[in-house]
Design a binder for this molecule. Structure first.
Ligand code: GLN
Length: 338
């Protein structure tokens, strides 16, 4: 029989023990994930799949999947976790990580700022009126700028290989229809690239930059890819399963910080209060979450709110954060003081 939220909540911590039950017992974690899945499913009808990139409109509003992967390698999942969908804005994490590998951290952040914009992800307003440099690498302007930094040094195959490596997913590949669909309709991103060029800050040819950016956005991933990406970021850049140092700890720290403050676009503040986990979303329906020292969580749910975040993902993550005490500023009843 299904447990109630109160029953699940009661078993999520154990006063006689140092760790909550879900850290000992994978079945408890699975039950919580299933409950979170139900919370997400309830609100899917309130969202809409993205259609400004025509190919994305083919997604199923009611598709939904959740995966959590702990640092000990345990994986729990529920729903559509093997469905391939396009990476979209979660790719901004991949290109930022690549740029940090190729250049000094100071160099990277001399080309893009580290501030939340408070505007929608494709906004051009602040770039035109307030600052020559994009506000942060998690919005389109900032990601296009980071891609321009990469464009003279790497090609789309390098980006693909790095995405596979970061997500431990050799099946990531280019979704050609999504790539062509965005390349044909991406005039707003074209406007951003040319505005950056007009200000003399874009680091490569705008068409080459845009082509690399559109190819990045069209990589096909799964919710499982996101759980692994989140896990690497949650574990200071080291993949705990393979012990590979995928990215440097200070790069993981910078990326987690930007995911926390900017990863959910102009919904980042509310997400920070309600969920409190570094996360990055994309209009393909994905969210990658990095729960420091504990797990990565991957979401697939293409029904989006007006800000471009998965509605099912938001509801499920709010439940999980509360039930498992995952909020970075949470009070952990099981931490022994003194
Ligand atoms: N490819 C999309 C765009 O540039 C990515 C946006 C997103 O996922 N929020 O518009």
């Amino acid at each position: 029989m299904d447990k109630t939220a109160a029953q699940l909540d009661a078993q999520s911590t154990n006063e006689n023990d140092e760790l909550p039950d879900w850290q000992h017992d994978v079945r408890v974690l699975q039950e919580h994930l299933q409950y979170a899945f139900v919370q997400g499913c309830k609100v899917l009808g309130q969202g809409r799949v993205a259609d400004y990139i025509p190919e994305l409109a083919r997604a199923d509003t009611y598709a939904f999947g959740l995966v959590a992967q702990k640092t000990d390698g345990t994986v729990v999942s529920c729903g559509d976790v093997d469905t391939r969908f396009s990476i979209q804005s979660v790719g901004k994490v991949i290109t930022l990580a690549m740029a940090l590998k190729l250049f000094d951290i100071e160099e990277v952040f001399s080309h893009v700022l580290m501030e939340p914009s408070g505007d929608s992800f494709s906004s051009i307003i602040k770039l035109d009126t307030k600052s020559d440099l994009p506000y942060n690498p998690m919005i389109n302007a900032g990601a296009i700028q980071v891609v321009s930094l990469l464009a003279n040094h790497v090609n789309s195959q390098d980006v693909l290989q790095f995405a596979r490596y970061m997500c431990m997913d050799p099946d990531i590949d280019l979704n050609e229809p999504v790539y062509h669909s965005e390349a044909q309709t991406g005039d707003r991103n074209r406007a951003i690239a040319y505005l950056l060029k007009s200000k003399g800050v874009l680091m490569a040819d705008p068409e080459e930059t845009l082509d690399l950016y559109f190819r990045l956005c069209a990589l096909n991933v799964t919710a499982k890819s996101w759980a692994t990406l989140g896990l690497v970021l949650a574990n200071d850049g080291e993949n705990p399963i393979t012990s590979q140092h995928v990215i440097a700890p200070n790069h993981a720290r910078a990326i987690n910080s930007l995911m926390f403050t900017c990863g959910m676009y102009d919904g980042s503040g509310e997400f920070g209060v309600k969920v409190g986990i570094p996360a990055k979303s994309g209009v393909g329906g994905g969210i990658a979450c990095s729960v420091k020292g504990r797990m990565g969580i991957g979401v697939y749910g293409p029904a989006l709110d007006e800000k471009g975040n998965s509605v099912g993902g938001l509801a499920a993550l709010e439940y999980l954060s509360h039930a498992l005490h995952l909020h970075v500023f949470d009070y952990h009843p099981y931490i022994v003081e003194g």
